[in-house]
Design a protein around this ligand. Sequence first.
Ligand SMILES: C[S@@+](CC[C@H](N)C(=O)[O-])C[C@H]1O[C@@H](n2cnc3c(N)ncnc32)[C@H](O)[C@@H]1O
Length: 397
Amino acid sequence: MTPGARIQAAVEILDRWLDGEAAEKALTGWARRSRFAGSKDRAAIRDHVFDAIRCKRSYAALGGAMTGRGLMIGLVRAQEIEVSELFSGQGHAPEPLSDAEMAAGEAPQGAAALDLPDWLEPIWRDSLDERAEAAALAQRSRAPVMLRANLRKTDLDQARTALSGEGIETRPVEISDTALLVETGARKVALSQAFQTGLVELQDGASQAVVDALPLTDGMRVLDYCAGGGGKTLAMAGRADARFYAHDVNEGRLRDLPDRAARAGVEVTLLPAGDVQGDFDLVLCDAPCSGSGSWRRAPDGKWRLSAGQLQHLTELQRDILDQAAGLVAANGVLAYATCSLLADENDNQIAAFLARHPGWTETQLQHWLPGPQGDGFFLSCLIRADSDATIDRNFSG
Ligand SMILES: C[S@@+](CC[C@H](N)C(=O)[O-])C[C@H]1O[C@@H](n2cnc3c(N)ncnc32)[C@H](O)[C@@H]1O
């Protein structure tokens, strides 16, 4: 396919997305109808579509219309490519711009320039203060592909060498001593031997840093209360010789965890949904949240979130914290994490927990902002107030 034909394909997929179809579904549907497209074409079209979703408001402003075509005109203008090169009408490329389209388009202003919904902008600014604009702009670019070296099976250097032998070049980054940033060959990772044999896992850098920051030691009983696919369970199991238990209200999400654990060479016990008892030395709640720290990976979420959903999420997080607190041993730790940047899901949620539970205190608080080494994340560690406590407050990213 020509570069212009790829743009036309993105226009069609974005029109479906704007009509309410999920982006992944629109992409798969297009690929099924377009058997002529090769893997490079599909990858390039996917990049166009996700770039446009991340930057929906600013591209629509630049392109002069909130349509698939308007978004792609905006993308081409934002990237300072000569529009007529791609909108040529030749070889399945989109038709040349009309006079009206040539005249339309303006620099985005306010929330549109930050690619945020209007209702969210004041909440975003209140939550992030002077970091608000940089954090919003960081969500406009593609996320890095990052790996975690599984210390149960390898070290960082061996993992890099094994990956390099399969055409995947990586470099270590400061955010975590297990993290590797993929520089080339990202699309080969999932089929590589290094991945298939459990030397590395795909995992964002800040997710790894959250696990590094946990007070995790050998011999502990550790519960991952909102384990989902088990990314953090496995990262914890890579770090300590402890007993790991995984739980999720949606048991289906744990489905792949036994295979992933076997591949990683670690043991994890799955617990039935809603039936967890016992005293754990560490309970991690990686709670369901707006995902606002990782919107560059899942940009649909930025435009789907509503004030009502945010309220619902904060209520869910409150209930999860209250349930999980009852599972923590007398001298144990309750760790609360989100991939959110919003204060109501983070600091305010913890302040409300401490107000409801005066017997608890916070020992550790850390924010990670989205950046070249990882997504935005939040971590707070809580213990019962009669334990010794030191407060560690930190901003990274
Ligand atoms: C952010 S995801 C977890 C991601 C996972 N820790 C990882 O690193 O791959 C949040 C998870 O919380 C689960 N969840 C939602 N409500 C819950 C509840 N009341 N109790 C336990 N888990 C819940 C969701 O099903 C979802 O899998």
